[in-house]
Design a protein around this ligand. Sequence first.
Ligand code: GDP
Ligand code: MG
Length: 392
Amino acid sequence: MLIGLVGKPNSGKSTFFKACTLAEVSIANYPFTTIEANQGVGFVKVKCPETQFGKKCQPNHGFCLEGKRFVPVKIIDVAGLVPEAHKGKGRGNQFLDDLREADILIHILDASGRTDEKGQPTQNYPIDKDVEFLETEIDLWIKGILERNWKNLERKAKQTSLIKELAEQLSGLKIKEDDIKKAIKNLSLNEKGSWTDSELFEFAKKIRQKSKPIIIAANKSDLPESTENIKKLKKKFPDLLIVPCSADSELALREAAKSEIIDYVPGESDFKIEGKLNERQKKALEKIKKNVLERYKSTGIQNCLNQAVFDFLKYMIVYPVENENHLSDSKGKILPDAILLPENSTALDLAFSIHTDIGNRFIGAIDCKTRRKLGKESTLKKGDIIKILTKK
Ligand SMILES: Nc1nc2c(ncn2[C@@H]2O[C@H](COP(=O)(O)OP(=O)(O)O)[C@@H](O)[C@H]2O)c(=O)[nH]1
Ligand SMILES: [Mg+2]
């Protein structure tokens, strides 16, 4: 799972990135082997099954705070996109290429209207313009990828098919052949090619909607102008997922929690003061409480990640174990792994996601909550604890 943070300069991407990748507890390791310079690890949050069984979990990856399990996801902070980025403005194409692998994009938008389209300070900037410009930039970037190689692609398609060649060309963007077929059919495009410029754009747009869906983080919700702006934005784009948030409030809370001044579980609506505060810290925390937590019930950062992964992409968490009585691995570690899988994944999908070898040797599974035996076609539910049975 890779989540891309996008938006114009000064909307708060780096603050959001820092906030969601700052863990209050020290973490031994991550399940990801490749982490690039602008990548980090954030977490989606779920209720940990440990509470249901009166146990304490021991996560291999991520962590658990007060019965809330934090499961790692990769986050990438893409440097500021400005209008015409797809043409290379502001090193745009290089930044956009960072997004190839992303499953979903969170558009960090300055909802206060205090930043113009280039990232300069202003007032009353119409924030709906940002939604449109950003979508268009990404659509045009995908169109550009297609255009650069279009002649070659059409020539090769004479031997194979246009759909095959498009799938090949777009495979790096996590687009499946089936999605390409659907887009072509949907737009009634000529399957042999010879598309007009606007047909190519419409195709790129469809492909983007499928492979790089965008949700909106309406950031800087702590500023007074944001309330009205967010209301208007939701009205103008009723189909978009718009989550009010305040990245720098979340960052402040996590930093305070890390230095043990407060007790705070990311995503919650309140915190408890633990340590000694100076006047400045006290004022800052009071402001966050009043302007953000009381108004929006949370800083919204955790909501953004959770909604992207669970509500939008429709993933779920399941817990594979080796010992169904202790809910542990073979060494006795309790609920050590939390795996993100698309909803409706089967027991066999889970086996393969752990290891190809386990998938190949799969003979069945046990639902540890009900003790029911599961076959390879059995679909799993969120929060399931599963023991995979394999042949020797
Ligand atoms: N009021 C307010 N300011 C924020 C918030 N998030 C970020 N900022 C400020 O916005 C400015 C730009 O933030 P930055 O993360 O560097 O933006 P980027 O260019 O998109 O990476 C900085 O001064 C941040 O402190 C927020 O939630 N509320
Ligand atoms: Mg930045």
